[in-house]
Design a protein around this ligand. Structure first.
Ligand SMILES: O=C(O)CCC(=O)C(=O)O
Ligand SMILES: [Mn+2]
Length: 202
């Protein structure tokens, strides 16, 4: 599979059909990223949820937690999550992202991938309450993991990006209509990774 940004040193928007993706590998300094990783790892009320897909219930292969600026619940894969109030440290990160992206967000979903067996299966962030063309800002902390993208209709359009500690990935345009994304499992011995996806829930 073709790797986008293999050197992990480019701020670019590759031209992919039917959607937009931007990657800022050094959005956070190493010092900021180290601090946020330690704080989120220790202070987040990590939840282990069951999800229901096509009528079957599974334990989600990672831990999650939702924070919001308001109390609107957020539902996906038959889970309804109630947000914790956003902490000052999350609000700081939110405004840093809003300054960079010139978009606003009101909720953030945290994922903790404990090792290579934890994953996030093929999906699109296309819940109704995210609106027509959702803009999702994704921060990665800790262990680098591959993020895979595949076009729903054009089989040859598949990419992967290694998401660096402290990086920002922005998904926009019609991406969630035409592409699926995943964090695949791997048998390599991996350390923990935290991902935060900032979203705007209408
Ligand atoms: O962990 C990641 O980088 C992606 C997370 C994701 O796609 C999601 O939470 O919807
Ligand atoms: Mn997603």
């Amino acid at each position: 599979m073709l790797e986008l940004f293999p050197e992990n040193n480019t701020v670019l928007s590759p031209s992919i059909p039917d959607g937009k993706i931007f990657y800022y590998p050094t959005f956070l300094s190493k010092k900021e990223a180290d601090l946020l990783y330690a704080v989120f790892l220790e202070t987040t009320p990590w939840q282990k949820d069951n999800i229901t897909i096509y009528g079957k219930t599974y334990a989600q292969p990672r831990l999650t937690s939702l924070y919001g600026l308001n109390e609107k619940p957020y539902s996906y894969s038959n889970i309804s999550m109630h947000p914790n109030p956003m902490t000052p440290i999350l609000k700081d990160l939110l405004s840093k992202i809003e300054n960079k992206t010139e978009h606003s967000f009101n909720a953030v979903l945290l994922n903790l991938y404990r090792d290579g067996k934890d994953s996030n299966g093929w999906h699109a962030d296309n819940e109704k309450e995210l609106g027509e063309n959702p803009i999702i800002a994704s921060i990665s902390l800790g262990q680098e993991r591959y993020f895979h993208l595949k076009h729903r209709e054009i089989k040859e359009e598949r990419f992967k990006i290694k998401l660096a500690h402290g990086s920002l990935l922005l998904m926009a345009g019609a991406l969630q209509h035409h592409w699926l994304h995943q964090i695949p499992k791997t048998t390599r011995p991996l350390k923990q990774r935290i991902n935060l996806t900032f979203r705007n829930i209408k």
